[in-house]
Design a protein around this ligand. Structure first.
Ligand SMILES: NC(=O)c1ccc[n+]([C@@H]2O[C@H](COP(=O)([O-])OP(=O)(O)OC[C@H]3O[C@@H](n4cnc5c(N)ncnc54)[C@H](OP(=O)(O)O)[C@@H]3O)[C@@H](O)[C@H]2O)c1
Length: 306
């Protein structure tokens, strides 16, 4: 495994070049193991360098010919995402599969050093910026697939007046629900914008998964999360949670399918609000502004507001 970013993945090896955010644990880690057999190069993103290197080493042992690289990066930091995107572009000219999976819920209001509420920054804005900065690499693939990991929690979101909650109006459940609504709105808008290109974009609800989700809030919060879903007999393994993601990334029958919301390998309805195109445009414009994007990334990333 390479932990630095130096070489270009061997062009002579057939297979896909895949990037997974949040690949150091949980659903993303399970997706990496399942995708390893379908890829020539796996780029694993996360903050925990020990865990990242460990996952990389295990994958390398199981798949000696696989080019596995751990790319440390904090997706909630715009500066780190810019750096990460540059590192990806130095590592590979082409990206076939982009899995925007990293995510968290924050029980207490917090902001990134750049002043952006942490749930929105982690779950949506960082991935918006990463996708924007990697569009060129996606367009070099003959059929790129972008998979955004959302949640059924998106359906609990109310229409936000402002995408960034403040310390005064912070509600952890609503902040999480809105960030997951943002994942679906972003997916649909991206698929409309890339309709003429060979890039598909779909969103996924992975199910209620026995993972490290909510552990950033302490053991009590994590256990409460597990117990509440466990009592409802909803919990599934990370491997099962990753199943639809891997299906969307690899299955021939979903080639060209775009702008859908999937659960258990089937396209299902997302909430009515997630289909609101004016809200999608509002989110797009806010993300362009907050992410500091300019027009140099091509027409797909133009703002709606003049
Ligand atoms: N678990 C569920 O029941 C459930 C249900 C619906 C949807 N989801 C969604 O599934 C996705 C994965 O969650 P999970 O259950 O696998 O949770 P998890 O076990 O806590 O894994 C989260 C992953 O995201 C990474 N991550 C978190 N913050 C990050 C940041 N700022 N920068 C880079 N990486 C970051 C973590 O890596 P590092 O700590 O190394 O950064 C970790 O690899 C999330 O988007 C979540 O919203 C989960």
């Amino acid at each position: 495994m390479t932990s630095g970013i130096t070489a270009t993945p061997s062009a002579d090896r057939a297979g896909r070049v895949c990037l997974i955010t949040g690949a150091t644990s949980g659903i993303g880690r399970a997706a990496a193991f399942a995708l390893a057999g379908h890829a020539s190069c796996l780029l694993l993103v996360g903050r925990n360098a020990n865990a990242g290197r460990q996952v990389g080493a295990l994958l390398q042992r199981k798949h000696p010919s696989l080019d596995v690289r751990f790319m440390p990066g904090d997706i909630s930091s715009l500066a780190a995402v810019r750096q990460l995107a540059n590192a990806v572009k130095s590592a590979t000219t082409r990206l076939d599969i982009l899995i925007n999976n990293a995510g968290a819920r924050f029980d207490v209001f917090s902001q990134t050093p750049e002043g952006i509420e942490a749930t929105f920054a982690t779950n949506h804005l960082g991935h918006f910026l990463l996708t924007a900065r990697l569009t060129e690499s996606l367009l070099r693939s003959s059929a790129a697939r972008v998979i955004n990991v959302s949640s059924s929690a998106h359906a609990a979101a109310t229409r936000p007046e402002n995408w960034l909650m403040t310390a005064e109006n912070y509600d952890r459940r609503q902040a999480y629900a809105r960030s997951k609504l943002a994942n679906v709105l972003f997916t649909y808008e991206l698929s409309r914008r890339l309709a003429v290109c060979a890039v598909s974009a779909n969103a996924v609800h992975p199910g209620m998964v026995f993972s490290g989700f909510a552990r950033n809030n302490g053991w009590v919060s994590w256990l409460k999360h597990l117990v509440s879903h466990g009592l409802r007999r909803e919990l599934i393994s990370t491997k099962h949670g990753a199943d639809t993601i891997v299906y969307l990334a690899t299955a021939p029958e979903v080639a060209g399918v775009t702008g859908k919301y999937f659960f258990k390998r089937r396209a299902i309805s997302s909430s009515p609000l997630s289909h609101d195109e004016s809200l999608a445009r509002e989110l797009w414009s806010a993300s362009i502004r907050l992410g500091g994007l300019d027009t140099s990334l091509g027409p797909a990333w133009n703002d709606f507001t003049p």
